[in-house]
Design a protein around this ligand. Structure first.
Ligand code: XBP
Ligand code: MG
Length: 254
């Protein structure tokens, strides 16, 4: 089956955004007078819970923290989202190596691009507008985000919503992910998945991925192949991705 769409995860895949999320969580706690300050190590553990609201709830419950009366994790998370988006006006986060190149390749060859993420929609818009420009939001055929699903990754729901909106089969798509939760989500939806581990997800178990590479590479800074189907550098380009996806479909049919 021909490749019709590339489905991009956001945090960790398009850009290394998690430190900006962490700063926004901690600022939100301070603004609300909560005596909580997550360290990088705390956050690395808390990231196993996808979704900011769910992460706050898990933190409170797993630590047995007594919250103030009228504590509302949803309202606190809304404040965190506001702070996160304001932070992009001051200091954005760059796209990871090769992301812009692959997006432009897809556009030039008529392959659709879409978003499948557990993060909130405003966060996606801020990242895309600040890196590729406001008009780039229209380049994406659909945005399946945290607000659109009842169950976040590793549930396959966000990828299923994305495929349904695009009107394509899982074998006609490829997912670009950075984490085990994202991999599980995409694979359970039947979508072949390419992993570029991020700073918080290096060392996770990526078995089941089509291929795992350090990043998408660029002509001056070659990717490093890590596991799965072997990829030669310097870049993971669209023709190679097509070959990988078609190879996966053939293997599945045998
Ligand atoms: C990664 C996440 C997100 C962000 C926080 O999402 O787990 O929850 O850390 O975003 P993905 P929110 O890799 O699927 O893009 O606070 O908006 O939930
Ligand atoms: Mg991710």
């Amino acid at each position: 089956m021909a490749l019709k769409a590339i489905l991009f995860d956001v945090d960790g895949t398009l850009a290394e955004t998690e430190m900006a999320h962490l700063a926004a969580f901690n600022r939100a706690f301070a603004d609300w007078g909560l005596p909580w300050a997550w360290s990088r190590d705390d956050y690395a553990e808390l990231l196993s819970v996808t979704g900011g609201r769910e992460r706050i709830k898990y933190f409170v419950e797993s630590r047995g923290i007594d919250t103030p009366e009228n504590f509302d994790a949803g309202a606190l998370h809304k404040h965190k989202t506001k702070l996160y988006n304001e932070s992009f006006a001051q200091k954005g986060v760059p796209l990871r190596t090769g992301i812009e190149r692959l997006i432009l390749e897809a556009r030039a060859s008529g392959v659709k691009i879409a978003i499948a993420t557990t993060t909130s929609r405003p966060n996606v818009d801020s990242l895309i507008a600040s890196t590729l420009g406001e008009e780039a939001i229209d380049w994406f055929s659909t945005f399946a985000c945290g607000e659109d699903v009842a169950r976040k990754k590793p549930s396959p729901e966000v990828y299923q919503v994305c495929l349904e909106r695009l009107g394509i089969q899982p074998e006609e798509a490829v997912a670009m992910e950075d984490s085990i939760n994202g991999l599980k989500s995409a694979v359970q939806a039947g979508i072949p998945t390419i992993i570029t581990p991020s700073s918080f997800t290096q060392g996770e178990d990526f078995s089941g991925a089509l291929t795992v590479v350090s990043d998408l590479g660029d002509p001056k800074s070659s990717l490093a192949w890590l596991s799965g189907v072997r990829v030669e550098g310097p870049t993971l380009d669209l023709p190679t991705i097509r070959t990988l996806v078609e190879g996966a479909a053939r293997t599945a049919a045998e």
